[in-house]
Design a protein around this ligand. Structure first.
Ligand SMILES: [Fe+2]
Length: 380
């Protein structure tokens, strides 16, 4: 068995280059020696963002009623932000913007800033049963392991997983005094490693698995979807791993059982994802904006101890974005994403409260981004 990590040019099998884009198959070493995935903002950028944000802020107005033109950020800061999003989407799969305005900024303003940045780069997607387009990631005592549990409202350590849109953007307003570190591993690097060590299990992960919808489906819709954990399209590797959803999915009526070999493949993947040479630990600081591609990066978070003071509690804002330049996906993932070709709004969880305001926003924002929006084409 080989225990090292594949070098970029190394061939895991028989003289062919490994699947997936090299940039997206990063290791901890890669992120450590080359910091170009970190995109710092300076004082001028912060001043621009904050001035424009405050001029466009209409207190009390729902986020869905804002449009991109309400926040005409300067081209300098916009170029930096767009580079970071592009890096996350079609480069390394991970990017970190550092230095959003935070000093003297209220939680409400910080949430709006996160939203306003999203308006410039993609189409925000609803994320849960309540059809919320931005979620405050904060411990409200939820049980992550319950059949309808979601990690963002608990303080538990989470399994490695993807979120439900091309890009997940997580802005940090307050970090916890202890714990709450982000863990992030390239799913492409993990796949390459599994191919070296256990090509048979890598193949098993390309079979369909039952992914629970955690009770977020509408009446009459299926409670789980069967999609592979890994698949390829062209030279690209795509990963949709989420242990919690698969374990819960297998418990649902009419769901297929998970075989012993499938369990072995899942365990091997999770073991590889946590190897110190592949799992990057990132402690978000106030003013950070973490960007991840859900196609090529998996994320998790350590358990945390929160601050006693309400205004200091760990608070992050999470945005899911369908992106105009997202890669085409394998047909096997259509059930999960809704649309697999680029230029069409995909992903998100429509939930139980998707109404006219949601649809108006989706249509207008898709048009602003030059994308097609099909109300029936939503994923998850
Ligand atoms: Fe997540």
């Amino acid at each position: 068995m080989t225990t090292g990590t594949i070098s970029k040019a190394q061939d895991p099998a028989a003289g062919k280059r490994p699947p997936g884009r090299d940039a997206s198959a990063w290791t901890v070493h890669d992120l450590t020696i080359d910091a170009r995935w970190i995109h710092p903002l300076d004082a001028e950028d912060r001043a621009d963002l904050l001035t424009v944000l405050r001029a466009g802020h209409r207190p009390g107005q729902p986020l869905l009623d804002y449009r991109r033109r309400d926040f005409p950020f300067g081209s300098r800061v916009l170029a930096k932000l767009k580079r970071a999003f592009e890096d996350a989407l079609n480069g390394r799969g991970v990017a970190l913007v550092k230095g959003l305005p935070r000093e003297g900024v209220s939680p409400e303003e910080f949430e709006l800033l996160t939203w306003a940045i999203g308006l410039h780069v993609g189409v925000a997607r609803p994320q849960d049963k309540l059809s919320r387009y931005i979620n405050m990631v904060k411990d409200v005592g939820a049980d992550y392991r319950s059949p309808t549990g979601r990690g963002y409202s608990s303080r538990a350590q989470l399994d490695f997983h993807i979120d439900g849109a091309d890009i997940v953007a997580l802005s940090c307003y307050n970090q916890a005094p202890e714990g709450g570190d982000s863990m992030c591993t390239s799913s492409v690097a993990a796949y390459r490693q599994l191919l070296i060590e256990r090509p048979d299990l890598a193949e098993v992960l390309r079979e369909p698995f039952p992914f629970s919808r955690q009770g977020e489906q509408k009446e009459g819709e299926v409670a789980f979807r069967q999609t592979p954990i890994y698949d390829l399209r062209g030279d690209n590797v795509f990963c949709g791993w989420n242990r919690n959803r698969v374990i819960n999915g297998a418990r649902l009526p009419n769901a297929p059982e998970i075989s012993a070999t499938q369990h072995e493949a899942m365990d091997s993947l999770d073991e590889i994802l946590r190897r110190p040479n592949l799992m990057y630990l990132m402690r978000l600081e106030a003013g950070d904006l973490q960007l991840l591609s859900n196609h090529t990066a998996l994320h998790s978070r350590t358990e945390f101890r929160d601050d006693e003071a309400e205004d200091k509690k760990r608070t992050l804002y999470r945005l899911w974005l369908s992106m105009p330049d997202a890669p085409p996906l394998p047909p096997s993932l259509a059930a999960f994403w809704g649309a697999i070709e680029p230029g069409i709004v995909r992903g998100g969880i429509e939930g139980h409260h998707y109404d006219d305001a949601c649809q108006r926003f989706d249509s207008a924002q898709a048009e602003a981004m030059g994308m097609r929006f099909d109300p029936q084409g939503m994923g998850l």
